[in-house]
Design a protein around this ligand. Structure first.
Ligand SMILES: C[S@@+](CC[C@H](N)C(=O)[O-])C[C@H]1O[C@@H](n2cnc3c(N)ncnc32)[C@H](O)[C@@H]1O
Length: 395
């Protein structure tokens, strides 16, 4: 497979995401015009596109964690096959000499079962063409040998996309940025009305929210692995960024409020928001949950939050009381206000007594996190539940 012309060629692209987020990611990519016919698979979304779509997916997706492009595919029933075909891949067409790289192989239901041996073979071919430079962030080459078929992809992203570059102060129990993004998407928040997070921590949910409302691309503050690729088209990349910048909204005419009892958390949220370029959009202050008073709220709005849940924070014994208080306070909210909670412990969330339904179940590094929401209209705009056994992503 030769790299296609930067403007016209078609690549096989796979956007990786947290398990459970695939349908939301497909909708995001379709709505942005990045993928015309995205295919939902386990762990991500496959689509066809050129470099423009690869650049845009990296820059604009709030849900993807890596964007891979397929560079070779062949049958491989033995290490000798892998050697022979690996030698024929035109590596230099994809990565210039001197690029630091790292090979990761995964074997399943195949006669080649030793992933370490497969890695060595591919590594040797790459090293023969590119040399053996080292770097803190090598380009990742992914080799999948499933059912005796070998598929080789390059990671065009580098550091995972949820690391936007602004969260240098993570607080004590931060939510992943892509998960915060997903929570906002299923919450029903309309991006035009008041948003409150009473357990704001390092500010992740609200910083993502302000960026969503202002159309700031999630990847605006960081670099990407594709900038090192042989075919990198700097002019195209500039146009992609300029076109994203042109869609930005200058300021918000509604309020985004974050509260936390911990002054250190509020300081971290402020510093993170400053780096993210949304400090002026957020109203952050130290306050306990007991100071939240919904009787003064009016119009439409949303509470989207990630309350403490005891895996990492606080005394588990006090949590049921905290959730009951949260429920009692939010029960007084006016009509038109929805509540969405990120919950690792569903039973704890149900202590609120709020009528919550599950909008999303995400596997975040082994911890299952649900988005529980009162957003009643969700049945129509919520993504359908994933198929019971979707085909494996990078197959
Ligand atoms: C799970 S963390 C939130 C993490 C946040 N989503 C982030 O990404 O950084 C929960 C936060 O609730 C705060 N908190 C705990 N009890 C509180 C209370 N009674 N009132 C206000 N904040 C509280 C903690 O200080 C902590 O920052």
């Amino acid at each position: 497979m030769q790299p296609p012309d930067p403007r016209t060629g078609s690549l096989e692209v796979f956007a990786v995401c947290l398990p459970g987020v695939e349908h939301l990611l497909a909708s995001e990519l379709r709505a942005a015009g990045i993928a015309a016919a995205p295919e939902v698979l386990a762990g991500g979304v496959a689509f066809a596109g050129g470099w423009s779509e690869v650049y845009r997916a990296n820059l604009e997706s709030g849900l993807a964690s890596h964007v891979l492009v397929r560079i070779a595919e062949f049958g491989a029933r033995s290490l000798a096959d892998l050697d022979q075909r690996g030698a024929r891949v035109p590596w230099r067409d994809w990565l210039p000499h001197g690029t630091a790289f790292e090979v990761r192989a995964h074997c399943r239901r195949s006669r080649i079962y030793h992933s370490g041996a497969a890695e060595q073979r591919i590594h040797a071919h790459l090293a023969a063409q590119l040399g053996t430079a080292s770097a803190a962030e090598p380009v990742r080459v992914r080799v999948r040998i499933h059912d005796n078929r070998c598929r080789i992809s390059l990671d065009t992203t580098g550091t995972a996309l949820h690391r936007r570059g602004w969260r240098l102060e993570p607080g004590r129990a931060p939510l992943r940025e892509d998960l915060a993004h997903a929570l906002l998407l299923v919450s029903g928040w309309d991006r035009r009305s008041t948003l409150i997070d009473p357990f704001v921590g390092s500010g992740t949910i609200l910083i993502e929210a302000a960026a969503l409302a202002r159309n700031l691309p999630p990847g605006r503050g960081r670099g990407f692995a594709f900038e090192q690729f042989t075919s990198h088209d700097a002019a195209l990349w500039t146009r992609v960024r300029e076109s994203a910048n042109a869609r930005e909204r200058a300021g918000l005419e509604f309020r985004i409020l974050g509260r936390d009892r911990d002054a250190g958390a509020i300081a971290a949220a402020r510093a993170n928001a400053m780096r993210a370029g949304v400090a002026a959009d957020l109203d952050l202050a130290v306050a306990r949950l007991s100071e939240l008073d919904p009787t003064g709220w009016s119009g439409r709005g949303a509470v989207v939050t990630n309350p403490p849940y005891g895996l990492r924070l606080g005394s588990a014994a006090r949590l049921p009381t905290l959730y009951r208080s949260l429920g009692r306070i939010l029960a007084a909210r006016p009509v038109g206000w929805d509540v969405t909670l990120a919950a690792a412990d569903r039973r704890l969330a149900l202590r609120t007594g709020l009528e919550l339904t599950s909008a999303l179940l995400v596997d975040s590094g082994g911890t299952k996190i649900r988005a529980l929401t009162t957003h009643a209209a969700g049945d129509s705009d919520r993504p359908p539940a994933p198929a019971p056994h979707p085909r494996d992503g990078n197959d």
